[in-house]
Unconditional design. Structure first.
Length: 195
């Protein structure tokens, strides 16, 4: 039986920015992975790896969106997806999604439009992410799209897939250790790709 998946959208009022995390690919990739995997470690989920296929899908979607006056809407693609617009840098966009955890009701796990970015970000079964960004004309700023696989926000699975914050410092440190390894490998790969 197919599971229903729901998606939410976040936009922040902000002045367009040309922060290095948007203008330099390797910095953007590192900012996305560092921020995302920090939230994941705090919620007992393993670190995500960068997926070039997902990033390519996000790039194609944003190219089409930019031609449509940067219409802020989901792609409707086959992956889990978070989108944001107007944040000053990639870390701020990831933090907006991750900080939705303050509103998530762990006692009644399930989908909510106000917390759907957070739940996708920390979905335990998700293993890869790929993101892209485009600067929109006018006051819209940067448009960021992140694609996730396997997709999250699957009805009936929130209790298993979205965990409370890790309380034990040893558990958190163990997860952060794995995170540092993934981030370091990603930075090295991104650096060589950039060269």
């Amino acid at each position: 039986a197919a599971a229903a998946t729901t998606i939410t959208v976040t936009a922040a009022p902000s002045i367009p920015s040309d922060e290095p995390s948007y203008s330099k690919r390797h910095v953007f990739t590192s900012a996305v992975l560092n921020s995302t995997n920090t939230y994941r470690a705090q919620h007992n989920a393993s670190a995500l790896a960068w997926n070039a296929t997902l990033a390519s899908f996000a790039a194609s979607y944003l190219d089409a969106a930019q031609k449509d006056d940067c219409r802020f809407a989901h792609s409707g693609g086959p992956y889990g997806e978070n989108i944001a617009m107007g944040y000053a840098n990639a870390t701020a966009a990831m933090a907006a999604w991750g900080d939705e955890r303050k509103e998530y009701d762990f006692g009644r796990p399930g989908f909510d439009h106000g917390t759907g970015h957070f739940t996708q970000m920390v979905w335990k079964a998700t293993t890869t992410v790929g993101c892209e960004r485009v600067l929109c004309d006018g006051v819209k700023g940067w448009f960021v799209a992140c694609e996730y696989w396997p997709r999250g926000n699957v009805q009936g699975q929130f209790g298993d897939e979205v965990q409370k914050e890790v309380e034990s410092s040893s558990d958190a440190e163990r997860l952060r250790g794995g995170l540092r390894m993934v981030v370091m490998a990603t930075v090295i790969v991104a650096w060589f790709s950039w060269m």
